[in-house]
Ligand binder design. Structure first.
Ligand code: COA
Length: 257
């Protein structure tokens, strides 16, 4: 099982557990995470959600094998894709979502953090959104939210050049709340999530909705625009070269395009 879920002390935990593939996310894992988010939303005993990975690896992003062999559907079929269902479930979660990040967070491993409410990163965390380097375009509304958070110039380093960034930089540019020693990230995030047990849940939910509401329509529209381009780019010769290069453990050659 590569997604472990469980509820303890009012906190529903979603743990990404596929360390042999650096927590790369498969279709089945998106489905499991979407189901867990929907269940947490419905369960009155759940006051907050905690998303975490494994020691030393949060997630290496979408499984590149799946990108090649089972890309998300295009056009009308986009909404049925498990990844799209996961994105919608995270957007729809009106309970606080806390993330604990150690090690690498790549692609959707970083962009999902844009939709969490409280994010704690280990001093060993390294974040990256290398969509362009893979022949793709940004997803999960990152083309909207990253420039908004940090300005176009710093967003261009991360989204166009695909430059990785450190835990300190993640805090500085507003993606994360605080940097902690790696061993303390998960216990700290759990303690923060448990603080919602002492708060009035209705007020928390209404407040989260209010905080997200002004951007909600724009985020949804961006998801759709990005999703259509992303699905088309997954089938592009540029992306094929990038994916093959990854598995052949060589640098991609884009000189022919
Ligand atoms: N999809 C599929 N397999 C992946 C993967 C991914 N996103 N990320 C890692 N793996 C696999 C590797 O192919 C390797 O498999 P193997 O043991 O069968 O050869 C295994 O996981 C270990 O990965 P490796 O690259 O050797 O680990 P590392 O510690 O040197 O580097 C990362 C870790 C996360 C920096 C690196 O794996 C990486 O860059 N992954 C791809 C990230 C990416 O581009 N994701 C898509 C974003 S849109």
């Amino acid at each position: 099982m590569s997604i472990r879920t469980g509820t303890l002390n009012g906190v529903a935990t979603i743990e990404i557990a596929r360390p042999e593939k650096k927590n790369a996310l498969t279709i089945a894992m998106y489905q499991a995470m979407a189901d867990a988010l929907d269940a947490a939303r419905e369960d009155a005993a759940v006051r907050a959600v905690l998303i975490t990975g494994q020691p030393g690896i949060f997630s290496s992003g979408n499984d590149i094998e799946d990108f090649m062999s089972r890309p998300p559907g295009q056009g009308a079929h986009m909404a049925e894709s498990p990844v799209y269902r996961f994105m919608q479930a995270l957007l729809a979660c009106d309970k606080p979502v806390v993330a604990a990040v150690t090690g690498a967070a790549v692609g959707i491993g970083t962009t999902l953090l844009l939709h969490c409410d409280l994010v704690y990163v280990a001093d060993d965390a390294r974040l990256a959104m290398p969509f362009v380097s893979l022949g793709l375009v940004p997803e999960f509304a990152s083309s909207l939210l990253v420039p908004q958070l940090m300005g176009h110039r710093r967003a261009a380093e991360k989204l166009l050049l695909g430059e990785p960034f450190t835990a300190e930089q993640a805090v500085e540019c507003g993606i994360a709340n605080a940097v902690l020693p790696a061993a303390e990230v998960l216990p700290h995030a759990r303690r923060v999530a448990e603080r919602f047990n002492a708060l009035p849940p209705g007020a928390v939910r209404e407040s989260k909705r209010l905080m997200r509401a002004p951007q909600r329509a724009e985020v949804e529209a961006t998801l759709r625009t990005e999703g259509a381009l992303f699905a088309a780019r997954l089938r592009s010769p540029e992306a094929m070269e990038a994916f093959q290069a990854f598995f052949q453990k060589r640098r991609p050659d884009f000189s022919k395009f």
